[in-house]
Design a protein around this ligand. Structure first.
Ligand SMILES: NC(=O)c1ccc[n+]([C@@H]2O[C@H](COP(=O)([O-])OP(=O)(O)OC[C@H]3O[C@@H](n4cnc5c(N)ncnc54)[C@H](OP(=O)(O)O)[C@@H]3O)[C@@H](O)[C@H]2O)c1
Length: 164
């Protein structure tokens, strides 16, 4: 995606959940490489996004847009016109939640489906989905001597039983 010389003045990209831990570093990197960044946030104006506004080039090249990944129209509005989308937004509870199916899995899956559908409709050239080691590594039957790769998946029942 990078043009020669590392300048990406014509490239507009979207980062979902821009204020989160991983996404904030990504926004910083993209701005440093000259991209125009659409960052989605759920509560525009909240102090929790102030660090983004202080990033180098943020005043010229970063636009924060209100979007909830569970609201398709808000996602589409943030994505349209972008050549790439980095989907990072996801519920990431810091403690064990009472009903993970409803509080974590459903919104993560529905939110990702909304983002992918919006990318398709908006003719986005490239989508990068940030997953987690939790998707592949929580499985007591993984061979100890084998590198974890795309053939490996966490064991759903084991995850449920261990509240992972
Ligand atoms: N942290 C790590 O070391 C690490 C490593 C590998 C993978 N990951 C993965 O990277 C992703 C982000 O992790 P993180 O640690 O950066 O989490 P985080 O700091 O909690 O950030 C999550 C972001 O998701 C947004 N979000 C949650 N639900 C949303 C919804 N319904 N609509 C729109 N935005 C929503 C939040 O937005 P608002 O702030 O606007 O509410 C928040 O900014 C997760 O999938 C995680 O599994 C993280």
């Amino acid at each position: 995606m990078e043009a020669s010389g590392g300048v990406n003045n014509n490239k507009k990209v979207c980062v979902t959940g821009a204020g989160g831990f991983v996404a904030s570093w990504l926004v910083k990197l993209l701005l440093s490489k000259g991209y125009f960044v659409h960052g989605t946030v759920r509560e525009p104006g909240s102090p929790k996004y102030e660090h983004l506004l202080k990033l180098e080039k943020a005043s010229e090249n970063l636009t924060l847009l209100k979007a909830d990944i569970l609201d398709y129209e808000s996602v589409y509005s943030a994505i349209v016109g972008c050549s790439a989308v980095f989907h990072v937004a996801s519920p990431v509870p810091s403690t064990v939640v009472p009903n993970p199916e409803v509080e974590v899995i459903e919104p993560a899956v529905k939110g990702t489906a909304n983002v992918l559908e919006a990318c398709l409709k908006a003719n986005v050239e490239r989508v990068v989905f940030v997953s987690s080691v939790a998707a592949v590594a929580i499985n007591p039957n993984l061979p100890k001597d084998k590198a974890i790769d795309e053939s490996c998946w966490s064991d759903k029942d084991y995850c449920k039983n261990t509240k992972n």
